[in-house]
Write a protein that binds this ligand. Sequence first.
Ligand SMILES: [Fe+2]
Length: 460
Amino acid sequence: MKQPLRFVVMGDLHYVQEQSHQQALNGKPKGVTEVADITRNLWMTRHVTPRIIEEIALFKPDFVIQTGDIIQGHCDDEASGLREMSEAMELLERLNSPVFFALGTHDGVVGRREEEQVLQYVYPAIAKALGTDSVTRGYYTFEKANSLFIVLDYTTFIQGDLQEQFIREAFAESKKYEHVFLFSHPPLICVGRPFFTHYDFAQTVLRELAEHPIDAYFCGHTHNQISALHRVGEYWLPQLKSSVLGYPDRPPVCLSDVRPLLPEPEAFEMGWGYLEDSAPGWWSITVDGETVQADWHVLGHGVVGQLTWRGRGEKALFSQKPEYGNSSGLPLPKLGDIQSVRLRAAGSNCRTPGAHRVSLNGEEIGAFQQLEYFDSRQYMRIEAKYWHFLGVHNRIEITTGDEPICIGGFVLEIETDDGWIRSTVSGYYANTDRWDRWGNAPLIKIAPHQTVITELIFGS
Ligand SMILES: [Fe+2]
């Protein structure tokens, strides 16, 4: 009997070589989140990534596909970037499997910046996995057991260029195969982190997918752990995200507890979704004749989620869902049980100090620091002297200025001895047309200097 095909997908790794980031670690970071990112990812490099690699090696897959951001990148200079990539590749040797790569922005971008990391290490690694002498681009196809694997490079994608032609040709070929799997770094459909993809790339690929159904799309980029089904044309598409980055002991935070979910509800079914920084995991896919099974493994916990399907384009079935608790819909705790309170938010281009002042039920309680990149880890602490203003229903007002911004995803978070309790989550507000082409669904339009007013509610 024919053995089933078993392959593994690993998401963002962000391998950190400490000596390669001395500028940022010694007071000269290039961005507002850089020091925190390097510090966190150095910890993951030491304590999480080697353990995940060990688990995957024990699983003995036929091959592994890593969906980009192999390294943290943006290193001190070219030599330090090359050293970081070289060490990461050495670590991945421990998988004892052929490893394919879909490039992420942190890996370097051929033709633009830090391309030597890709030219000297990633392209040769892809060539080795493909069994060819060399490759000269980050997009390619290969086939195994009557399945087609399409790997795309969004870092170099430009509308109308050779990769767009390659995409059209690859999908035209896809009819000949029993199964088709697609891989790239960014999501095609944003679920929790708004606008955090490459618009032209995503639209180009989605146009093809409306004509040519595939089995599943694997990506990373946001570092969230998400398994969701999306309607694309007449077909259903599983978009399966994962990341190796996550604190193994931190309880996973249900994405819908802290973010408004962005897809239209009728075109979307969520299997599960967890905010970045928890549940470090990986996917294994088993292809057995017409049946496909996708298992989400979490470090140290085995398979915690599973979906299965037959025939591409059909709606997959969630045969196992993770049993992590959620933190919203719970009653407001008593004042004496509260340990800390914060207002979480996300935003982009919110840079003016003091521009975003916050009132809670009529009392001014502080102002947000800079909000950038729709980063999911940003919040404002609320001092104990204001906690008695909290109620089941909370009117939140946030002032805005005239810089073009998007701000939202407001959620009150209360820490108690038993963990976090969260209010409902607000939508996103924008005072610019910058994101209009994405459609109106995720955005509420405001005028410059308009005060955002929203109500955040606890369970009762
Ligand atoms: Fe990443």
